[in-house]
Design a protein around this ligand. Sequence first.
Ligand code: NDP
Length: 329
Amino acid sequence: MNTFKAIVINKTESAYTADVKDISENDLSEGNVLVKVDYSTINYKDGLAITGKSPIVRKFPMVPGIDFAGTVVSSAHPSWKAGDKVVLNGWGVGESHTGGLSQYARVSGDWLIHLPRVFTTRQAMAIGTAGYTAMLCINALRKHGIKPTDGEVLVTGAAGGVGSIAIAALARLGFTVVASTGRMNESDYLKTLGASLVIDRSELSNPGKPLGKERWAAVVDSVGSHTLANACATTKSEGAVAACGLAQGMDFPSTVAPFILRGVTLYGINSVTTPLVRREEAWADLTECLPKEKLDAMTHEIGLRESISAAGEILAGNIRGRLVVDVNR
Ligand code: NDP
């Protein structure tokens, strides 16, 4: 391999740019496993990195892409050999270490997991970091002891990546899912994924009271801000909320009332440095909880160059479900 294609982000005093460029192995960060990438994705964080809207990228030039799936080309790591199919999520890849929006990636073998046998590399990236994070949220709620008979589970940011996969997986597990969305015109889509009820996100996104009528057995929240505060305020006694995102905002204008008066538990989900054992568990659960036809229904494929414009679209809330990137076209 001489040169290959990658998205490259650069920052100077006057400009922040993202372009498709020809780069070589010398341009990749250090690592003991070289991977030929098949697919990457556009997650919300990739949108922030490619547009420069938040300081996600720590080093320039940088290849973005916080996840990828592909095949090991060469390895100096004892766990991996040429030909192994692998998946990577997080670990600062696409932030401080060159990432997956590239035809090749070089990473530490400690960061890789085996591609689950039932998934193709494309399906694994249709799930991507958004889907793996949704499963981490659901597993936090299940470990808390939440059961389908406990009542409705709220999913916010429902038509986005984390939200879509959370709905499909929760429904498969037998939960009654209420989807909160700003896109009521996507109600049919959300019901096809498994939502029993769709509500307008304006019911949750404005400043609310410290406590409201108890409704949710549990919550998967990818939105933050007032939405998360209101979700906590309306969670039933001893219920649980898994918070993973900030699409509405990074603030959390809540009080301690839900926690000290109702015993509500708030779980923080950080997919980037999740220990290997919980990653493998989440991916194994996804093989059972995510019907393939629902994954297909929420997935749209784009090529490498299109990921630059898609970055702005995901931040604008215009992407439904998941965007998988074929880095070789
Ligand atoms: P998406 O853009 O696909 O989904 C976000 C959704 O949030 C949108 O589709 C929209 O859903 C809703 N939303 C957008 N803007 C607003 C707003 N102003 N107010 C209320 N709701 C809004 O992103 P992802 O699913 O990839 O990521 C979701 C969040 O989770 C992001 O903040 C991301 O950074 C975070 N995340 C965190 C991870 C972690 O490790 N903690 C890992 C992965 C993601 P709708 O149109 O249905 O209302």
